[in-house]
Ligand binder design. Structure first.
Ligand code: HEC
Length: 125
């Protein structure tokens, strides 16, 4: 019995000493020379897991960020100024570095996608 306990104990020690190599995935920022698409790169930021559309949907808080309406509500409501990210509330307001909009902030990568898309002319592509 003692031997078994010692054996189990040392097994525990051996496994306790193992460590896992945690892979931290570093996502490089988007390449500004590669054209982003509103439909495939930007709109999903708003809709995936109801990230933004939980609150920004028809009959709820403006801007309406549902796929069918997002582009028009951003342009019509002046939430985006093409080629001017600093003047675009859709970029600045939920920015990870902003103190505004405590409801939800973009991830750094999402903010970079928005920045790049606006700098590329904020096209409905
Ligand atoms: C939990 C609810 C909620 C979620 C989720 C949410 N928002 Fe908001 N958002 C609000 C509310 C409420 C306001 C208006 C009050 C304010 O200005 O903070 C607002 C305001 C805004 C504004 C400024 C509107 C204006 O008229 O000035 C923008 C832009 C915006 N949200 C974008 C987003 C984006 C992009 C996301 C997803 C990353 C998002 N929101 C997720 C609740 C939410």
């Amino acid at each position: 019995m003692r031997k078994i306990l010692i054996l189990l104990g040392s097994l525990f020690l051996i496994t306790a000493c193992q460590y896992e190599v945690i892979k931290v995935e570093v996502i490089p920022p988007p390449d500004p020379t590669v054209e982003l698409s509103f439909a495939t790169d930007i709109a999903p930021i708003f809709t995936a897991n109801n990230n933004c559309t939980a609150c920004h949907a028809p009959g709820k808080t403006s801007p309406d960020l549902t796929t069918a309406n997002a582009y028009q509500s951003l342009i019509n409501g002046d939430f985006v100024v093409p080629n001017n990210p600093e003047a675009s509330l859709i970029y600045t307001y939920p920015n990870p570095n902003a103190s505004t909009h405590s409801w939800k902030h973009y991830t750094t990568y999402q903010a970079e996608l928005l920045l790049t898309w606006i700098n590329q002319g904020a096209q409905n592509n």
